[in-house]
Design a protein around this ligand. Structure first.
Ligand code: NAP
Length: 317
């Protein structure tokens, strides 16, 4: 079996940046991505805060260029799902559903995925009115009522995006104040198609094939009530943006973690020599594309240094 210099698990901004740096340093590099390159960012319509992107940059457009750049520097890519890892010893083994891979160093960039409300009906009606991706599903709600759940940057930005499609967007937040950045809040409060349902949580989502109603609770009084779709519409949309959870189950017991986030030092070393972590999967204070890409670059150069020490080779970054 071939031994790669570096195997990168995950093809989001952190993994692709690591692939670019490792490939450019002429390291034999493989990226394993389970499904879709880009991770969370491919469901982002507007990318205002990535340095250098001013207008018209979307998550998918940035990711397409990142993939092309990793390819240009000779980074191999494979679509596979990691099911187990063996990180002890100098040769690291990665077992996947389709094959097995091995490498001298591994960079974990598996990222995070959306959190669910966890109420009855949510799972059953996902894709039938319940969504976690505005750019994917907004068009289905042209001229319909839409509810957005959450009070952070994601919920407020996606709610504003949804106003371009929906008749009315109502943001449901469990408190009476948004968590989103002030600049984002100002735009939201000025948007006439966006209103707010404060101190409210969704307790149950109901519908036969499509969302038809939901039970909401006032978090102050504990009172519940049912909100029904307009008779003419028959349905409405519920878009959920209440944060993320780390995708690290497969590394449980193999790497040091805190609440599922992998602990690294500032050079992306985990507690196991030769294993690095980068991007949203790390315990860190700011999870954005810019910090993920930076993590990836650091992880690749540190992985290179680790291999140099292991073998006495010298890479050029
Ligand atoms: P977030 O900042 O963690 O906010 C999650 C929101 O969901 C909070 O308002 C929270 O309420 C609410 N929430 C959490 N669990 C809930 C539950 N079970 N039921 C109801 N509401 C719940 O998450 P995010 O907005 O997805 O953002 C994640 C990270 O990405 C942040 O660092 C954010 O800055 C970044 N981001 C940045 C941008 C941008 O800068 N343009 C865009 C998107 C995301 P409480 O407020 O009461 O805790």
């Amino acid at each position: 079996m071939k031994t790669y210099d570096i195997v990168i698990i995950g093809g989001g901004p952190a993994g692709l940046a690591a692939g670019l740096y490792a490939g450019r340093a002429k390291m034999d590099t493989l990226i394993i991505e389970k499904q879709k390159y880009g991770g969370q960012i491919v469901i982002t319509d507007e990318l205002e805060n990535y340095p250098g992107s001013i207008e018209g940059e979307t998550g998918p457009s940035l990711i397409a260029r990142m993939v092309a750049q990793a390819d240009k520097f000779g980074c191999e890519r494979v679509e596979d799902t990691v099911t187990g890892v063996e990180f002890d010893g100098d040769i690291k083994k990665i077992k996947c559903t389709k094959g097995e891979y091995q490498a001298k160093a591994v960079i974990v960039t598996t990222g995070a995925t959306h959190t669910e409300i966890g109420c009855p009906g949510e799972k059953e009606l996902t894709g039938k009115g319940v969504s976690y991706c505005a750019t994917c599903d907004a068009a289905f709600f042209e001229d319909f009522q839409v509810y957005v759940v959450g009070g952070g940057d994601a919920a407020v930005e996606e709610a504003m995006y949804l106003t371009k499609f929906a008749r009315q967007v109502t943001l449901i937040h469990r408190r009476d104040q948004l968590r989103a950045a002030r600049s984002i809040q100002e735009k939201a409060f000025a948007n006439e198609k966006l209103d707010f349902m404060w101190n409210t949580t969704i307790e149950e989502i109901k519908g036969d094939g499509l969302v038809e109603s939901m039970i909401v609770k006032d978090t102050q009084t504990g009172e519940t009530r049912e909100i029904f779709a307009d008779e003419e519409d028959g349905t409405f949309g519920i878009f959920v943006f209440i944060g993320f959870k780390p995708l690290s189950d497969v590394f449980e017991g193999k790497l040091e973690m805190e609440r599922g986030y992998i602990i690294t030092d500032e050079d992306m070393h985990t507690n196991i020599p030769g294993i690095f972590a980068a991007g949203d999967i790390r315990k860190k204070s700011l999870r954005q594309v810019v910090t993920a890409a930076a993590d990836g670059a650091i992880a690749a150069t540190q992985a290179g240094k680790y291999i140099e020490e292991l073998e006495g080779t010298a890479y050029k970054y």
